[in-house]
Design a protein around this ligand. Sequence first.
Ligand code: GLP
Length: 264
Amino acid sequence: MEVIVCEDAIAVGAHAAAYAVRIAKDVGPEVVLGVATGSSPLSTFEHIAQAVARGDVDLRHARAFALDEYVGIPYDHPLSYHDTIRRTVTEPFKLDPANVHVPDGNAQDLRHAGELYEAMIHDAGGIDVQFLGVGGNGHIGFNEPTSSLASRTRVKTLTVQTRRDNARFFAEGEQVPKHCVTQGLGTILEARHIVLVASGSGKAHAIRQLVEGPVTAMCPGSVLQLHPDVRVIVDVEAASELQLRDYYTDVQANLPSWQQLPTH
Ligand code: GLP
C-alpha cells in the first residue's frame, strides 16, 4: 500500500487523476474504470474531465462499472447512483452511456442482478483502475463492517451510521434507503490497480484503521492491505491519525519524479 499525503482535497484529486490518466493511457482506449460515488472522488473526476477536455486522454471507448446502488430508488432520482454516475462520470469523461454500468437496485431478482453484474465485469476483462472513497466506519463501496472479506456483488443492509451520514444529501422527509447492491470486497480486490482518496478530519480514524490497523471485517477497507497495488491518497487532515505519518510519501517534500503533477 502506498500512502501519499497531499496538502488538501484539490491536490488529492489532482494527484489521483494524474495517476489514473497514466494508467488509462498505458492500457489503451478500452480501459475499464471502476467508479465510485460520494463526495471524495469528485475532485479526482473533475481533474480527469479537464484532462479529457484538453485532449490529454480519450475515454470515448472506455468502459466503467460503478461500485454500488441503493435498492428501490428510481434510476432517474438525482441521488440514485445511476444518475450520480451519469452527472459526475459519464458526461464529463465523454463516455458512451452504453459502456457505463451501475448495479441494478430495482431488479426483481436482486441476487441474480448481483451475479449478472459480476459476469459483466468479468466479460469486460476485469477492472483496470478502481477508484474508492471510504466511509467514516471504514466501508468501501457499501461493504459495511462485518462484510465477508471474500464477498461478491450482493444486497447489503446499510448501517445506521451510513444512513445518517448520507441523510445530508436527501430532502427533508425523504428516507435514505435501507438496502443497497454493492460490489463485494472480493470483487474490489480483483481490480488491477486501486486508488483510494480521502480528505478531512472526519476520515482520519478510518484511514488509520484501514492503513495501519489489522485486516478485519470491522474495517472493511483494511482488506486492501491484501492487494498488491493500492494507492491511498489523502490530505493532511485525513492523514492526521496515521502513526507512521513521517514515513509516507509527502507530495510537498518528497515526490518521486514519476508521480510529479502536471504544472498546469
Ligand atoms: C457512500 C458510498 C461510498 C463512499 C462513502 C463515503 O456510502 N457508497 O462509496 O466512499 O459513501 O462518502 P463521502 O466521500 O461523501 O464521504
